[in-house]
Write a protein that binds this ligand. Structure first.
Ligand SMILES: [Zn+2]
Length: 254
C-alpha cells in the first residue's frame, strides 16, 4: 500500500472534526523528552514506520501544545491518534489502538500464573480474581453493566494477582468474593470471602428501604436516624418491620 492510498484511507475513516490531518509527510521526531528515566528509541516517528501493531500513516494536526502526534493505523483496522512520545520510547508505551489490552484481559481470564493455573485449570482464588477483573473492565462481560458500567472498579493494588492473594488469602471452600459495601469497588477494605448466605444478607443490607416516602440504603438510614449501622442491619436480619427497625429506641446495656 502506498502512502497516498493510506492517506485516503485516513481521510475516509476519521472524523474531520476531531482530527484535521495534515497531508504533509513531514518527519516528526521527538527531540527532547521531558519524562525522566525514559529511554527514547532512535527510530523516527515517520510515515510508514511500525510500532507494535501500529503503522504511522499521517501527522496529526496540532492540538495547541508542543506535543507531536501521529495518526496510526492498527493491524486490527482501527485508526488512532497517538502522541509521538508514546511511540518512540523503548519499548513503545503504545503498541496498539487498545485491542492488545482487551486481548490480554481475555487471556487473563483463562491463563494464570504462579501455580494458580496449572494444566489449564485455575485455582479458585485465581478464578475469583480474574472474574472480578473482567467484569469491572471488559464491556463485553455479561454483567459489565452491574460492575464496571456503574463505576465499580478494582483498586490499583489488585491489578496484580499476587497482591490480591496476599491480601485475601486462598479462597475458602464454598465461599466467593463479596463486597461489604455494594456501592464501593474491589479493594482490601471492602472485600471478604463469603458463603452464598452471607452474600445474600449483604445484598439485603445494601438494598433500599422506603419509609414515609423516603428511600435510602440501610447505612444511610442508620446515619440519618443516628443509629449504629450494625444495629439497624441486625434488626432487619431478625425480620423486624421497617417501621419498628427505624423508630424503636435502642435498649442500652449498662
Ligand atoms: Zn487495534
Amino acid at each position: 500500500m502506498t502512502v497516498n492510498s493510506l492517506q485516503f484511507e485516513v481521510d475516509r475513516v476519521s472524523s474531520p472534526k476531531s482530527e484535521d490531518i495534515s497531508a504533509s509527510p513531514a518527519t516528526h521526531i521527538i527531540l527532547r523528552n521531558t519524562m525522566r528515566g525514559v529511554i527514547m528509541s532512535p527510530v523516527k516517528v515517520e510515515i510508514g514506520v511500525r510500532f507494535g501493531r501500529l503503522t504511522v500513516i499521517a501527522k496529526a494536526a496540532s492540538r495547541g501544545d508542543r506535543r507531536g502526534r501521529s495518526v496510526c493505523l492498527c493491524d486490527c483496522g482501527k485508526t488512532k491518534v497517538i502522541m509521538n512520545q508514546h511511540l518512540n520510547r523503548k519499548p513503545p508505551a503504545t503498541v496498539s489502538c487498545g485491542c492488545v489490552s482487551i486481548e490480554n484481559a481475555k487471556k487473563l481470564e483463562w491463563h494464570g500464573t504462579h501455580g494458580h493455573s496449572a494444566g489449564g485449570k485455575q485455582s479458585p482464588t485465581y478464578y475469583s480474581w480474574s472474574a472480578m477483573t473482567y467484569r469491572c473492565s471488559n464491556p463485553n462481560h455479561k454483567y459489565y453493566s452491574r460492575y464496571g458500567g456503574r463505576g465499580i472498579t478494582v483498586c490499583d493494588r489488585w491489578k496484580s494477582f499476587e497482591n490480591f492473594l496476599l491480601d485475601m488469602g486462598e479462597r475458602p471452600d464454598g465461599k466467593t468474593l463479596d463486597r461489604i459495601d455494594g456501592k464501593k469497588g474491589y479493594c482490601p477494605e471492602n472485600c471478604k470471602w463469603s458463603t452464598p448466605k452471607e452474600q445474600q444478607r449483604n445484598r439485603e443490607n445494601n438494598s433500599l428501604v422506603t419509609y414515609k416516602g423516603k428511600t435510602f440504603c440501610v447505612s444511610e438510614w442508620a446515619e440519618r436516624i443516628g443509629m449504629k449501622c450494625s444495629t439497624l442491619r441486625e434488626r432487619f436480619n431478625r425480620g423486624w418491620s421497617i417501621k419498628d427497625a427505624l423508630i424503636k429506641p435502642v435498649k442500652r446495656v449498662l
